[in-house]
Structure formats: C-alpha cells, structure tokens
Design a protein around this ligand. Structure first.
Ligand SMILES: Nc1ncnc2c1ncn2[C@@H]1O[C@H](COP(=O)(O)OP(=O)(O)OP(=O)(O)O)[C@@H](O)[C@H]1O
Ligand SMILES: [Mg+2]
Length: 241
C-alpha cells in the first residue's frame, strides 16, 4: 500500500511542480499513473521512492514513512526508474548479485530467481557481459529483474514498457497481474493507453502537478457520460486543463 498525503514539490521557488497530491494505492491493485509529458509523474515517483525530498506532506509505504524511516520503507518496494542507464561497468550477473546483497536475498533464493527471471526475459546468455554492451531494452530487462529479486510488496515502475520487445512486455504484464493477485501493489506510469485500459484496476491522471481524475475506467465513463475508449476519455479529460 502506498499513501501520498498532501504532497507538494517545487524545483525552484516559483512554481509548484506537484500541488497538494493525495493518492492511496491499495493492496491487490494495479494502478496506472497517466498524464502529459512534464505533468509530474516521475517527480511523484521519485518522492515515493525517496530519491527526491518532499517539500510538504508525507508518503507512507506499507505505513512506513519514506523520509522518517527510509531504509525500512525502501525494503517495502522494488523500483524500476525511467532511465535504465546505470551500473554500466558491471556485468549483468554482478548487478543482480549486488541487488540481491542490498536486499539480503539468500544465495539459494537469488540463484533460483535469477535463473527464472533471466529465462523469462530471454537475457540469460547476456548475464556475463557488461551492461554497457546491452541495448536499451536489455538494460531495461536487467533493471526489472533486479527490482524483483526480493519479491517486493510494492512494485513501482516508471514507464516500464518503453523499449521492451513484445514477449518481454507480455511477461511484464503477467508479473504485474501476479503481484496484484498476491495482494501486492503495482504502481506504474505509462503513455500507452491501450495497455492501461486493459491492465489497470484504477487509473490516476495528473496534469500540471494536479490530480485531475482518479478511479476506475467505468467511473471515468460515468463522469464524462460517454462510453468511449480510455484514449478518447483521456483526450477529453486533459483537454481544457
Ligand atoms: N531536476 C529538475 N529540475 C528542474 N525542473 C525539473 C526537474 N525534473 C523535472 N522538472 C520539471 O518538473 C516537471 C515535471 O517533470 P516530470 O519528469 O515529473 O514529468 P513526467 O510526468 O514524468 O513527464 P514524462 O511523461 O515526460 O516522463 C516538468 O515541468 C519538468 O520540466
Ligand atoms: Mg516521467
């Protein structure tokens, strides 16, 4: 469970990039975070994950405050950032073992998980090569695997499908659903509305730092009194904002 309470953030004194955001992502749901470029999705995700300071308000992950108790809060989630270009000097397997060390995954468990996930994402033969030599999608895959090794209670993923091939996208969506079925929380940002429409239990739309809609697709349809696709509803809802 992720609770965002009255959160505001600016990068400079002038404009609020996030303006009094309130959002609760429940256990057992896949929550899609949508909104135009620059709306504040990544900024929100960086505050949830403790990368950025929160100016006002607070964020709790499984009831643990990310700023007051960062280590304990960070144990509660796995995170895939929007940019997978990191730890480039490490070999894939070194990165995965590093992540498993950080999250205290036993050697037996990590061996099993790495084997399973690397096979699923078709990257097993690349694990002994440096991440530097990986394509964008391959880098994305190794970060995804690293974020899942400790079986997180909350999976926070920022535009996870960008650059993934169809098989990897399929597997990613399966994992999202499996985690939700295990009563865990999946929070992801995306611009792919077709995927969001099919996959999400609830959707939040943010524009210019303000949440302009939160609810199910059905609720969105009721609010707009239309029976349209998410794409059409999104266009309508963000039109005059
Ligand atoms: N480090 C920074 N310094 C100053 N302004 C920033 C910084 N990072 C982001 N911003 C600004 O904050 C706003 C929100 O950016 P953010 O990256 O959160 O958007 P986003 O919703 O993730 O967009 P996208 O869909 O393009 O990923 C934008 O106006 C952006 O210019
Ligand atoms: Mg972003």
């Amino acid at each position: 469970m992720i609770s965002i309470k009255n959160v505001s953030k600016s990068y400079n004194q002038k404009n609020k990039i996030i303006n009094n955001l309130n959002l609760e992502i429940k256990n057992g749901e896949i929550f899609g975070f949508l909104g135009p470029n620059g709306a504040g999705k990544t900024t929100t995700i960086k505050m949830i994950t403790g990368i950025l300071e929160i100016d006002q308000g607070e964020i709790l992950i499984n009831k643990i405050n990310i700023e007051k108790n960062p280590i304990e809060a960070k144990k509660q989630f796995g995170f895939v950032p929007d940019n997978p270009d990191m730890f480039l000097k490490l070999k894939g397997i070194e990165y995965l073992n590093f992540m498993a060390d950080v999250y205290e995954v036993s050697s037996e468990d990590r061996k099993k998980r790495i084997e399973e996930l690397a096979t699923l994402f078709e990257i097993k033969n690349e694990l002994n090569n440096k991440i530097q030599s990986y394509s964008h999608g391959m880098r994305q895959k190794i970060i995804i695997i690293g974020s899942l090794l400790h079986k997180p209670n909350n999976w926070i993923i920022d535009e996870p499908m960008t650059g993934l091939d169809p098989k990897a996208t399929y597997e990613l969506k399966n994992i999202m659903r499996q985690l939700a079925n295990q009563n865990k929380t999946v929070f992801f940002s995306t611009h792919i509305l077709d995927v969001a429409e099919k996959l999400c239990d609830r959707i939040g739309i943010i524009n210019k730092g303000k949440l302009i809609f939160v609810g199910t697709l059905e609720e969105m349809r009721k609010e707009l009194k239309e029976n349209n696709s998410l794409e059409e509803l999104y266009m309508e809802i963000t039109k005059n904002d």
